[in-house]
Design a binder for this molecule. Structure first.
Ligand code: 4GN
Length: 238
């Protein structure tokens, strides 16, 4: 999968050289190409922004500079995403959908924003990572790259995306490892039993319990089996 990132701060993306995403890059499973918008400045002082028409605080990225940066990487299959607090909220379903694209171009604004005319010209989709404002679109772009890359074949071991939180609409069950006793707390007995049917049943109950306690809103969004409904009634009566 190809990611092209249009940004004034390419150095911020160094963090993607670590851990799982770093390894995915080394293996060539994903390619993250950083384009410094400043390289497309039209003047000798490398100026990329100017004061807003109509007045007001801050600066606005100039449309021709952003457009030329975009032209340097675009192809017919690329989807252009603008990271913006005004965008549609990123969800696990959206992440999975984006992972099916072969080429994403991520546009990161800074300062007060980007001239609306170039947004209207090049952007296919505006995406927000949540209802809060950041100083730039770089952290949101990294969140998107990380979450999408996890769905690329070979990036994670086995099918880790299949079982996790949100993929079945529920929160994850708790995990335990050695030692068997930590202070006064023992590992739940069923996990030591080797009885896989009982373990699966227990984990499903725990997922339902976690979701009921921490994110009950999620339960209204999914189809529950009769078995799950019974489990929930029992949990609520405890
Ligand atoms: C995206 C961008 C928050 C998000 C951003 C978000 C940079 N803040 N919630 N800040 O996904 C004006 C120009 C603000 C770019 C933008």
């Amino acid at each position: 999968m190809q990611f092209d990132v249009l940004t004034l701060f390419p150095e911020m993306f160094e963090v993607l050289n670590e851990s799982i995403i770093g390894r995915a890059k080394e293996k060539g499973l994903i390619n993250i190409n950083l384009i410094n918008i400043r390289d497309f400045s039209k003047d000798k002082h490398k100026k990329v922004d100017d004061t807003p028409y109509g007045g007001g605080a801050g600066m606005v990225l100039m449309p021709d500079v952003v457009y030329d940066a975009y032209k340097s990487v675009k192809d017919d299959r690329a989807k252009v995403i603008y990271m913006s607090p005004q965008g549609k909220k990123l969800s696990q379903d959206k992440v999975e959908e984006l992972s099916k694209q072969e080429h994403l171009i991520l546009l990161c604004g800074h300062y007060e924003g980007i001239d609306q005319r170039v947004i209207d010209t090049i952007v296919d989709e505006e995406i927000s990572i949540g209802d809060y404002v950041l100083t730039g679109g770089e952290l949101p772009a990294m969140v998107l790259i990380d979450s999408v890359s996890r769905y690329i074949e070979g990036v994670l071991k086995e099918d880790s995306t299949k079982e996790e939180s949100f993929s079945n609409g529920l929160l994850e069950y708790p995990q335990y490892t050695r030692p068997e006793v930590f202070g006064s707390q023992r590992v739940p007995e069923v996990l030591l039993s080797g009885h896989h049917q009982n373990i699966d049943k227990w984990r499903r109950e725990q997922s339902l319990k976690m979701t009921l306690n921490k994110r009950p809103d999620l339960l209204d969004k999914i189809n529950l089996s009769d078995e799950d409904r019974k489990t929930l009634v029992n949990l609520k009566n405890k």
